[in-house]
Design a protein around this ligand. Structure first.
Ligand SMILES: Cc1ncc(COP(=O)(O)O)c(C=O)c1O
Length: 349
């Protein structure tokens, strides 16, 4: 396995800590397909409670939690509307269309930030047999490809009021809702209550090896349980994985503030080294997207130059490079990343 001085490719890279592994090893388990795994049930109920919903469903991935959430609301041939760079439309490989016959339309945005006019300009209802009926709005918080953008609660509430009035549902892709909560101080329940269903990931900044939870009403979760099994994701003694999630909730939520501070420090240094490469004021959580074109670099060349210095990053566009802070990047790693990135940005490409 290659080791890096700072591995900023993704916050999914985290490895379970010793304490997390001990919690996993001592978890009480049962057959979860029969609803007999007490640790899974504890996790599902805890996450549902945190998000202000009745019940939860453990899934192996965030993608599956999103796909289940979408199909609960949207019939074949109906549509989902989402941000143009939403994970559900760009990074789930067309699953909503393939598995559920769902069509989609997208609204443009700046850094993924939700403006109520985005979804509301698309939502279409009561159009008889002539146009596609909108059944669901999906909001992503924080917005991954937008650079960890925190969605404003006021904007969410405005969209909620408008969609409720026309009978359209709301699903939250909250893969990094923990980061939004820590950065904004808005409670998880205040975010969660504005949506019919919410998916959250335990395997990103929280450091669990696997796992997401979908929450919603008890009736919706019962239906999602059937579809999870139908998709082949009914799991057995997975309390060992749920235990990692419970441990993460106990120990790894508040510390996300450290990741945010390190990302902000990195962004400020890059903004100074190469004006235009990033607006440090827009770095709200653990993700930084650099415009390396501002310093004359292509993303591929920049990623390669950083890799030579032991820093792994990810090209997300021809001149855009993403760096993500997480549990396994400390102050020393952040220093190394600052040194490498600022040196490369100052060097003519
Ligand atoms: C915003 C967002 N939603 C959903 C997912 C899907 O999670 P998973 O990789 O567990 O399927 C990701 C993964 O990176 C994500 O960034």
């Amino acid at each position: 396995m290659t080791t890096y001085v700072a591995d900023l490719l993704s916050d999914t890279l985290t490895r379970p800590t010793r304490a997390m592994r001990e919690a996993m090893a001592s978890a009480e388990v049962g057959d979860d397909v029969f609803g007999e795994d007490p640790t899974v049930r504890a996790l599902e109920q805890r996450v549902a409670g945190l998000l202000g919903h009745e019940d939860g469903l453990f899934t192996p991935t965030g993608s599956l939690a999103n796909q289940l959430g979408m199909r609960l609301h949207v019939g074949p041939g109906q549509e989902v509307v989402a941000d143009q760079n939403a994970h559900v439309v760009r990074a789930e490989l067309g699953a909503a269309a393939v598995f559920s016959g769902i069509t989609s339309r997208t609204w443009p945005s700046v850094r993924g930030r939700l403006e109520p006019s985005g979804p509301m300009s698309l939502v279409t209802t009561g159009v008889g047999p002539y146009q596609v009926e909108t059944a669901l709005v999906v909001v992503e918080n924080t917005h991954n490809f937008g650079g960890g953008t925190v969605q404003p609660l006021d904007a969410i509430r405005e969209v909620r009021a408008a969609t409720s009035a026309v009978g359209v549902g709301m699903h939250l892709d909250g893969a990094r809702l923990w980061n939004a909560h820590v950065a904004s101080g808005v409670s998880l329940a205040d975010y969660g209550r504005e949506f019919d269903t919410v998916s959250v990931c335990l395997s990103k900044g929280l450091g669990a090896p696997v796992g997401s939870v979908l929450v919603g009403s008890s009736a919706r979760m019962a239906e999602a349980r059937v579809w999870r099994k139908r998709y082949g994701a009914g799991m057995r003694q997975v309390g060992i994985l749920a235990a990692a999630g419970l441990h993460a909730l106990d120990h790894h939520v508040e510390r996300l503030a450290d990741d945010h501070a390190r990302a902000a420090r990195f962004a400020a240094a890059c903004a100074e080294a190469a004006p235009g490469s990033v607006d440090a004021a827009t770095v709200e959580t653990n993700i930084v997207v650099l415009d390396v074109g501002a310093a004359g670099w292509t993303s591929a060349a920049f990623v390669a130059a950083l890799l030579e210095r032991g820093v792994r990053t990810y090209a997300v566009g021809p001149a855009a490079v993403r760096l993500v802070w997480h549990l396994d990047v400390d102050d020393a790693g952040t220093h190394a990343a600052v040194d490498a990135a600022t040196a490369v940005l100052r060097t003519p490409a």
